[in-house]
Design a protein around this ligand. Structure first.
Ligand SMILES: Cc1cc2nc3c(=O)[nH]c(=O)nc-3n(C[C@H](O)[C@H](O)[C@H](O)COP(=O)(O)OP(=O)(O)OC[C@H]3O[C@@H](n4cnc5c(N)ncnc54)[C@H](O)[C@@H]3O)c2cc1C
Length: 434
């Protein structure tokens, strides 16, 4: 590859990088989109739900042509104990118009999205790994790749290389993530015939269901998910790395355990595992977000810890941050100014967006989930709620008043006393309301 010059080089063809490349290429900038995969998405992993809103801002009515699996019309949140579960479930035909979210496969979706950037004019540079940033003084001026003569020069480099972000580390904007800032997600795709999925989940045609669950993760901090695809189920768990390290448990042991739960087991019965994957999820939240721009560079998506773990949103924040970085690059191109002073506009756009506002609102979550309260929330609470609701529903001659008292006793015992219960409630409330 001969030395080449671009207006912008984007490193990473996931949702953040593709959104940035598409935005700039559409505006006529000369853009290179680099990905180490055979094609973007070839090895990318997520649980499985793509949200409409931020993608539609870029590609109106994209769902009419994008490779998607099922339109999610039902969302369930389940608190599991060893045998039972308490479920909060919501089904709404309104989720179809306009659509809210779909299940999807990253290998197909990312390739399609990057293809949109290519059609807009971005130059695809795939099967190519960026090994370092090229710098002149304190300014980033390009990237070095693993190809022979593979240096690419640009006015701006957009770093969208995902959670492990080699380039974020090279820039010195983030260190190696601590075990309490990342969770390890493991996922299986289990094949089941279409008609079996539709009857098991009460779906028709292209409708899909999303189930997220908490509890029964061997007492560790984490969430599970189960999403319906056209002819398969995506099932997985994401567990905080510090808990896995302490308990010396492999994440697939947690997934195997969850798959044996009496309710989950029946949902996947008879299915064949088609694929297995593991990937880190950035969960440090607001306080782990690094500086977002410098002289000649911006950073977006997972590389900048932009994941809302409470609501399971990552791809949409990646798309939004990629678009905002792309728009700032266009402005910088017009002004011919690639300094931090100019690129800081991206930082301001992020601060005005849901990326910053939602992560800030939930900024106490990390403290809550890395403190002792997590033992109660993920270990004891799901069990206590299951037991209390069973007691409450049982017709057995015990008065309702007594049952209410029992419920309060059980909750208090789980928390470790009245004061601790109050403190937990208050901490929980504050964690999601900053
Ligand atoms: C188990 C799991 C479940 C999840 N579930 C959901 C969900 O249901 N919904 C949701 O919205 N989000 C979910 N997420 C989060 C979501 O996957 C991420 O937030 C999103 O993919 C971030 O996009 P990105 O473009 O920043 O990074 P990535 O998608 O990780 O893309 C980074 C890209 O950079 C490339 N790359 C990396 N290094 C280099 C290099 N040196 N040179 C060249 N190329 C490089 C990679 O090949 C990759 O294509 C989940 C994540 C996991 C792991």
């Amino acid at each position: 590859m001969a030395e080449e010059r671009f207006d912008c080089v984007v490193v990473g063809g996931g949702p953040a990088g593709a959104a940035a490349a598409y935005t700039m290429a559409k505006a006529g900038l000369k853009v290179a989109l680099i990905d180490r995969g055979e094609f973007p998405g070839a090895k990318n992993v997520f649980g499985g739900v793509l949200f409409r809103s931020q993608l539609e801002d870029l590609l109106p009515e994209f769902w009419k042509e994008a490779p998607l699996e099922r339109l999610i019309v039902e969302e369930r949140l389940m608190l599991l104990d060893e045998q039972g579960m308490v479920t909060l479930s919501h089904r709404n035909p309104g989720f179809a118009d306009p659509p809210n979210s779909w299940s999807a496969m990253r290998a197909q979706f990312d390739a399609w999205f990057a293809g949109k950037a290519e059609k807009a004019g971005a130059v695809p540079v795939y099967q190519t790994t960026v090994t370092e940033l090229l710098q002149e003084g304190d300014r980033v001026v390009g990237v070095r790749t693993d190809r022979e003569d593979g240096d690419l020069y640009a006015d701006i480099v957009i770093v969208a290389d995902g959670v492990n972000s080699l380039l974020g580390k090279a820039l010195g904007v983030h260190r190696e993530w601590q075990p309490d800032e990342v969770s390890l997600g493991v996922k299986e795709i289990i094949h089941l015939p279409r008609n079996v999925i539709e009857s098991r989940f009460n779906l028709e045609g292209n409708e899909g269901a999303s189930i997220e669950f908490l509890g029964d993760t061997l007492g560790m901090t984490g969430l599970g998910f189960l999403y319906t695809n056209k002819e398969s189920i995506s099932i997985g768990v994401g567990i905080m790395v510090n808990d896995l390290q302490k308990a010396r448990v492999k994440p697939y042991a947690v997934l195997d355990h969850v798959k044996q739960h009496p309710y989950i087991r029946k949902l996947i019965a008879g299915g064949e595992v088609e694929e297995y994957a593991a990937h880190l999820i950035p969960e440090g939240g607001f306080h782990s977000m690094p500086p977002l721009a410098g002289n000649g560079w911006m950073i977006c998506g997972d590389a900048a810890q932009m994941v809302n773990a409470v609501n399971g949103e990552g791809t949409n924040l990646a798309v939004l941050s990629g678009r905002l970085a792309g728009e700032t690059a266009i402005l910088a191109h017009v002004r011919g100014d690639y300094s931090l002073g100019m690129l800081d506009h991206y930082n301001e756009s992020i601060r005005a967006s849901i990326v910053f506002k939602d992560l800030k609102k939930y900024s106490g979550i990390h403290g809550l989930l890395s403190g002792p309260e997590r033992r109660v929330l993920f270990g004891k609470l799901p069990g206590v709620l299951n037991e209390s609701i069973s007691d409450y529903m049982s017709v057995n001659g015990i008065t309702k008043e007594e049952k209410q008292k029992m419920l309060i006793h059980q909750l208090r015992d789980a928390a470790g006393g009245n004061v601790e219960l109050l403190r937990l409630g208050l901490k929980g409330w504050r964690a999601i309301n900053r």
